[in-house]
Ligand binder design. Structure first.
Ligand code: ADP
Length: 524
């Protein structure tokens, strides 16, 4: 099969396979991104749920406990110290008055080490101002003790080890009570409230939730899935106060749970079926085409073989007919013999064309240059048509102007000229005119073959030179031909280094054969 045809077949098969694969791939990608979005929404929802769990399960309990003692009834240092001592979650209790002075631990007086350290930190943090600025209390009557108003609030700050917590409330006399929370106890309580199993509870995937502090260090994690080093969390959320600096990260092991084939399996048989059908179809067409080409090749070689076989007997027929021609004296018999001769010449021309055509196809067409006088050659060829010209009453006009010897393949020029005159006999005999003119320049020689037949329609002028092309009109009807005469003639003309063209003319056709006076590559 021809390479270009094979390329077209491959393209026909590969293009749809490519399109199908691309569609499948983009479909999978779209579904993946939709799934990722779905999981991200799901994960965020679950993380928010964990946050809510922390707030309700543990924090509310802690706040209830803290609220109980923040409603103080005395400023007695010992009584207040006992709060710090007796409450596990409280590291240091404190009371600030409306003037921003610490009533407890008392700024003057005997202090424990812990109380001194607290006051130092409080000064650094400017705690009285910070807590006031954040509060909404209105200083009221300087009555001791005052009633607690407003919600409890959280204040957090960072020190080397991490986040520290203060829980405080405002009193309506402008006092503020609060407690520095024992962070270890507080955080372990918080973590204890977190779930320790895989939250998702879904067969489709396993997950892992990671809680990190402000520095990104892992505080706690749970879940069955172990994320890869470079795995990105499906969702990240910040916790609510007082843990706003902490982050919850959710990882899903989606692919584990839903294998590729389970997910896209439905698509695959369809794609596979289309691909298989395309391949089978292409194989079928390839085989059919190969068969057609093989058949055609066989036919051509058969015709070629037959033409070859016909040549020798035909030459003999012509030879003996010509011999007889000289001996027969009876006019009628001579005329009959002339018909045999002209028909055998016509057959010879056809065979010569078939052989030239197939040699050209096989690239074995060769040129054998020798010295030729074109005018003599024309006279010789016209002579072979004498009988038929006469029988069709065609007037012959010859103008010889190429008397010089040139170096070309005389047999080739004869073959072209015979084809052109043969065509005039076949298609233009109605014009009753055949004009042959020669012309010669320093470099080239031209032969014009003119007739007064129907001519060649404008749209057909190029096509008549294509192999097997015959103008399909009434004029051709009944006129036999193979459609290779002009194609072969042009090929030979080009082999001789010249050209065969159809000249623009009035009624009738004018063909011009132009050949160089010295065939390219030939020696004088
Ligand atoms: P064939 O004669 O075997 O059909 P050719 O290649 O010699 O093949 O010619 C191709 C076609 O060109 C012919 O079928 C005919 O229609 C047209 N043709 C050739 N010569 C002439 C002419 N002198 N006048 C009109 N038509 C012609």
């Amino acid at each position: 099969m021809k390479r270009s045809l094979l390329a077209v077949f491959l393209l026909l098969v590969l293009a749809p396979i490519g399109v199908i694969s691309w569609l499948g791939y983009s479909n999978i990608k779209r579904e993946q991104s939709m799934t990722a979005e779905r999981y991200s929404i799901l994960a965020t929802k679950q993380l928010n749920e964990i946050d809510r769990l922390l707030q309700t399960r543990h924090l509310e309990e802690v706040e209830r406990e803290l609220n109980e003692f923040s409603n103080i009834h005395t400023l007695d240092a010992d009584a207040l110290r006992s709060i710090t001592r007796n409450t596990r979650i409280v590291e240091q209790f404190f009371v600030i008055d409306e003037e921003n002075a610490f009533l407890f631990p008392p700024e003057s007086g005997e202090l424990s080490r812990q109380e001194r350290e607290f006051l130092e930190t409080a000064r650094e943090l400017e705690l009285p101002l910070v807590l006031r600025a954040r509060g909404a209390e209105t200083p009221g009557a300087a009555e001791i003790p005052g009633a607690v108003t407003g919600e409890g609030r959280w204040y957090t700050w960072f020190e080397n080890e991490g986040v520290h917590f203060i829980y405080w409330r405002a009193m309506d006399n402008g006092y503020r009570t609060g407690a520095v929370i024992d962070r270890i106890a507080f955080i372990s309580g918080i973590l204890g409230a977190l779930p320790d199993s895989d939250l998702t509870g879904n067969d489709e995937y396993t997950s892992r939730v990671v809680l990190t502090d402000a520095r990104g260090d892992v505080l706690y994690q749970w879940g069955l899935h172990t994320p890869a080093d470079n795995e990105k969390p499906v969702a990240v959320t910040a916790l609510s106060q007082p843990f706003a600096a902490w982050r919850l990260h959710m990882y899903f092991d989606v692919e584990d749970g839903v294998p590729f084939f389970a997910r896209y399996g439905a698509l695959l048989p369809g794609i596979a079926a289309v691909v298989i059908i395309l391949i089978l179809l292409s194989m079928y067409f390839y085989r059919e085409q190969a068969k057609v080409v093989a058949d055609a090749t066989q036919k051509v070689s058969f015709v070629n073989q037959v033409s070859h076989e016909l040549r020798t007997p035909l030459t003999n027929i012509r030879l003996y007919t010509e011999l007889l021609d000289n001996r027969i004296t009876d006019k009628k018999d001579r005329a009959r013999l002339q018909v045999v001769l002209s028909e055998s010449r016509r057959l010879s021309r056809m065979i010569a064309n078939v052989l030239t055509f197939s040699r050209n196809e096989k690239n074995t067409l060769t040129i054998n240059p020798s010295e030729v006088v074109i005018d003599e050659l024309i006279a010789r060829v016209v002579e072979t048509f004498a009988v038929i010209l006469e029988s069709k009453s065609v007037e012959v006009s010859l103008s010889f102007k190429a008397p010089s010897r040139i170096l070309t393949d005389g047999d080739c020029v004869e073959q072209i000229l015979s084809n052109l005159i043969g065509n005039v006999m076949k298609y233009a005999a109605g014009g009753s005119y055949l004009g042959i003119e020669s012309a010669q320049g320093g470099d080239s020689t031209a032969i014009f073959v003119k007739d007064r037949g129907p001519g060649i329609p404008q749209g057909e002028r190029k096509r008549i030179f294509q192999p097997f092309y015959r103008i399909s009109n009434k004029l051709n009807d009944g006129v036999s031909g193979t459609g290779i005469g002009l194609s072969v003639s042009r090929t030979i003309a080009q082999k001789l280094g010249g050209s065969l063209t159809l000249e623009r003319s009035g009624p009738g056709a004018v063909f011009k054969l132009e050949i160089p006076n010295k065939v390219p590559g030939g020696t004088a």
